[in-house]
Write a protein that binds this ligand. Structure first.
Ligand code: FAD
Length: 383
């Protein structure tokens, strides 16, 4: 067994760690207070190779491993939890467009995606279909040389700022097998964006996307007409580990800040760190975060080996954000009143992490998947 990163992974980790510490962390609270994340910053992520991590080499990316994407998620999460969403969504778009897109769409979108000049959202959830995504109702109807899209997508990350969205729509009848995927340019006539006022993760400009008779060329379709749901699930299987690592990175940052505080703040004549009731709490959170972190990297490693990893991805998607939220919460109380003050980013991290307890599937849905993998499909409550 090998538990360590190799030289390439370690070098990559150093570069992303430095960027997160020096560039992201100092500005973390600006985007929460309402300032928009400038597009030049996305180009910066592109220049660092983070937006093109999963883009094929011939389109300007590095076709990096999923473990590298995990390292990016964890380290960026320490600097700015929500920036990890940009990198996760770029990886998903690269895999879906690179794997299922037409030659023209690949040529036009992937180099810009890799450069950080294009943001591509992932549009699955709807007002009436979240956990039960296969119940989605957005329609894609073929008319002459176009797909015509009608419907509403709910809670879409980057809804306010993306250039395109991979829209999952009903193309070929009911159920999961009737769903297809189409890349929809968001400047097309008939598209409306409706931003939400999110509790956290504000940089991601989450919101609704409404499609009213939006016409998209036929070659914007990704894969076969009924393959959309499978594509979405393939993406979820590794993104769930990336989400866990983003949350763990953010939580470890809060815990590291708490450790530094505990060494200098004294009560009852000695530093907080020397009170066992205090230090043991830190020990517990670090233990839980480390356990979840190993499961996340194992999931990504399995993916890189081409081995099944649905079970591990679902396990870590509920465990990682949960232990991260608990650690973020503890970091606030372990700072006393100061932790509850907005001068520190501790509350923002907790709000950000909670969002990803929901996004990409809640704990209840993840446990349903784990149970299905344990008991077998014939025992699942829903198919
Ligand atoms: C920060 C954030 C970012 C997101 N980004 C995106 C995005 O980019 N693209 C996208 O398509 N979607 C996105 N989403 C949407 C997200 O995937 C859905 O919110 C999620 O799948 C849950 O769906 P829902 O909100 O409709 O809740 P519902 O499905 O209505 O569920 C509500 C509650 O009931 C529980 N529940 C539901 N069914 C069951 C069951 N069978 N047994 C037990 N409990 C159950 C759920 O666990 C949840 O607690 C995002 C959400 C958030 C919060």
């Amino acid at each position: 067994m090998e538990f360590d990163f190799d030289d390439t992974e370690r070098t990559f980790q150093d570069v992303v760690q430095r960027y997160a510490r020096e560039r992201l962390l100092p500005d973390y609270q600006r985007w929460d207070a309402g300032e928009r994340f400038p597009r030049e910053r996305v180009s910066e992520l592109g220049a660092l190779g983070l937006m093109g991590l999963r883009v094929p080499v011939e389109y300007g990316g590095s076709a990096g491993s999923y473990v590298l994407a995990g390292i990016a998620s964890e380290e960026l999460g320490r600097g700015d939890h929500t920036v990890t969403l940009l990198v996760q969504l770029a990886a998903i778009a690269a895999d879906l467009i690179g794997g299922y897109g037409s030659a023209r769409v690949k040529r036009e979108l992937l180099p810009q995606l890799a450069a950080g000049d294009r943001l591509i959202a992932f549009g699955l959830s709807e007002p009436g279909a979240g956990s039960d995504a296969a119940a989605l109702r957005t329609l894609a109807k073929r008319e002459d040389d176009c797909w015509v899209i009608d419907g509403e997508k709910a809670s879409i990350s980057l809804a306010g700022c993306a250039d395109d969205c991979i829209v999952f729509a009903r193309m070929a009848g009911g159920g999961a097998r009737g769903i297809g995927a189409v890349v929809v340019p968001l400047d097309a006539p008939g598209v409306t964006r409706r931003p939400y006022h999110s509790v956290g993760g504000r940089l991601s400009e989450r919101g609704a996307l409404i499609f009213d008779q939006v016409r998209v060329p036929l070659d914007h379709q990704l894969g076969a007409e009924g393959s959309g749901f499978v594509q979405a699930m393939e993406a979820f299987d590794y993104n769930r580990a990336l989400i866990a690592l983003a949350c763990i990175g953010a939580a470890m940052q809060s815990i590291d800040e708490t450790i530094a505080y505990a060494k200098q703040r004294e009560t009852f004549g000695k530093p907080l760190a020397r009170h066992e009731g205090y230090a043991f709490q830190i020990a517990e959170h670090v233990t839980q975060l480390e356990a979840a972190r190993l499961l996340a990297y194992r999931t990504l490693w399995l993916r890189d080996q081409g081995r099944p990893h649905t079970r591990e991805a679902a396990m870590v998607k509920w465990l990682g954000p949960k232990v991260a939220a608990e650690a973020c919460h503890a970091a606030i109380t372990l700072h006393g009143w100061l932790g509850y003050d907005e001068s520190l980013p501790l509350g923002q991290r907790l709000r950000d992490v909670i969002g990803l307890e929901i996004g990409d599937g809640t704990a209840e849905i993840m446990k349903g998947i784990v149970a299905r993998e344990i008991f077998g499909r014939e025992y699942t409550a829903y198919r």
